[in-house]
Design a protein around this ligand. Structure first.
Ligand SMILES: Nc1nc2c(ncn2[C@@H]2O[C@H](COP(=O)(O)OP(=O)(O)O)[C@@H](O)[C@H]2O)c(=O)[nH]1
Ligand SMILES: [Mg+2]
Length: 224
């Protein structure tokens, strides 16, 4: 059995995060010393070497194939009973790793969604916030269930859940489909409000492309 932390995989995907990776892995180690730290890396900078030297298990996906294929790999590669995902950019609260994992391991939830959008985070531009709220409202209507944050990078997934979901990992905004397909599959889902900080380094997210893929993924999750 062992402690809770020894049953957790903390999974991150990384594209040139050498400014942030040291701090983020250090923070994870501090709150969950026994957790497996898994990094699916597509960087051309020193990120993978730094991650490995700090004790992470690094899986290379190079050349980069985009967010979706990297996240798909990360969710299948973890050895823990629960995989908690985070961006490797210091935006997400590591203090929530263990509480979110417990909701899966002890309280029977299959997916715990860290929602950033209870109120507008200072780290998110107003337009992005309003667009995300609108998408969440659309999804809530189509799925007849309150959804608040379709794009969170911080979630806890029960091992094996991912194998029950049928999605195409290619393209932007994969978190939308990971959440909505899980709802459609009847998974037990818990939403937890989390704080969201400004990022270290530059975002790779492209707003228009993300918006288009978000609509396509909402539609596919509901009707395909
Ligand atoms: N392995 C891998 N990671 C990626 C890729 N694209 C983005 N990432 C990582 O995915 C996470 C989310 O990207 P980010 O730029 O923070 O997007 P944002 O949170 O929407 O602003 C970060 O940890 C990135 O380093 C990719 O092609 N491959
Ligand atoms: Mg990010």
């Amino acid at each position: 059995m062992g402690s809770i932390a020894s049953r957790i995989t903390v999974a991150m995907i990384t594209l040139n995060e050498e400014l942030a990776v040291g701090k983020v892995i250090g923070d994870i180690r501090r709150v969950a010393p026994e957790a497996e730290i898994l990094v699916v890396d597509s960087s051309s900078d020193r990120t993978p070497d730094l991650a490995e030297s700090l004790g992470a298990r690094v899986v290379r996906q190079f050349p980069p194939r985009g967010y979706g294929p990297a996240m798909d790999r990360a969710l299948r590669e973890g050895r823990g009973d629960v995989t908690v995902t985070l961006d490797c950019d210091d935006t997400y609260p590591v203090e929530f790793i263990e509480p979110m994992a417990r909701l899966v391991l002890e309280d029977g939830f299959d997916l715990v969604d860290g929602s950033r959008l209870a109120t507008k985070p200072a780290a998110m531009p107003l337009f992005n916030y309003l667009a995300n709220r609108a998408f969440a409202m659309l999804a809530s209507m189509l799925f007849m269930r309150r959804v608040t944050d379709l794009h969170s990078g911080m979630r806890a997934y029960r091992r094996g859940l991912i194998d029950r979901l049928d999605y195409d990992p290619r393209g932007a905004a994969l978190p939308v489909e990971l959440l909505l397909r899980a709802i459609r599959a009847g998974a037990r889902i818990k939403v937890v409000a989390i704080p969201y900080r400004p990022r270290i380094g530059e975002s790779t997210m492209r707003p228009l492309q993300s918006a288009w893929w978000t609509l396509k993924r909402i539609w596919a999750s509901r009707f395909a």
